[in-house]
Design a binder for this molecule. Structure first.
Ligand code: S3P
Length: 177
């Protein structure tokens, strides 16, 4: 089995549907380190789902919670952290991740993203119109920023286990192990 020793937390970044949670859970299991999902931690802390937070308190409150909670999570010992798609877009958070973690951009093509996000209605940003159009707009705006991640891995093709192998392989190379 493929393995890498983590000197720092690995933060998975990328657009909704790129597989941050699915890949992150499996990656953490394979490496024997804890897994955290930023959205889930926010939901636990605030006592509402992401959709409810957007609806009741607005997006700025959610973005603030993203910042507060990632600060705490980045103090933990090395782990795998799946961020929400907008977290790395915030300057403060990106700076923090750059300082304290290794960022991995999971990059999937448009068709794959759309197919995956269409299965759920739990993402408030995509509920404001045509999911495909919104996704395209976000790709245009955010890809130049996701590109600033330390590592990029294609997560469009193949089963999750293969993407996990790809991430570990790329991490090993990045870390010189
Ligand atoms: C968001 C992505 C979501 C969640 C929120 C906002 C974004 O997380 O944090 O709905 O701005 O891209 P996922 O990327 O895990 O779906």
């Amino acid at each position: 089995m493929n393995y890498v020793t983590l000197p720092k937390t690995v933060v998975l970044v990328g657009l909704m549907g790129c597989g941050k949670t699915a890949i992150g859970t499996r990656l953490a299991k394979q490496l024997g380190v804890p897994f955290f999902d930023l959205d889930h931690e926010i939901e636990k802390a605030l006592g509402y789902s992401v959709s409810e937070i957007f609806e009741r308190f607005g997006e700025p409150r959610f973005r603030q919670a993203e910042q507060d909670i990632i600060i705490r999570l980045l103090e933990e010992k090395p782990c795998i952290l799946a961020s929400g798609g907008g977290a790395f877009i915030q300057d403060e958070i990106r700076k923090l991740i750059k300082e304290k973690a290794i960022s991995v951009w999971l990059n999937a093509d448009f068709e794959t993203l759309l197919e995956r996000v269409s299965r759920k209605n739990t993402r408030p940003l995509l509920e404001q119109g045509d999911k495909g159009e919104i996704l395209k707009g976000l790709m245009e705006k955010r890809y130049p920023i996701y590109r600033q991640a330390d590592i990029a891995v294609n997560s469009s093709n193949g089963p999750h286990t293969m993407v996990v192998e790809r991430v570990i392989h790329t991490l090993k190379h990045y870390l010189g192990q």
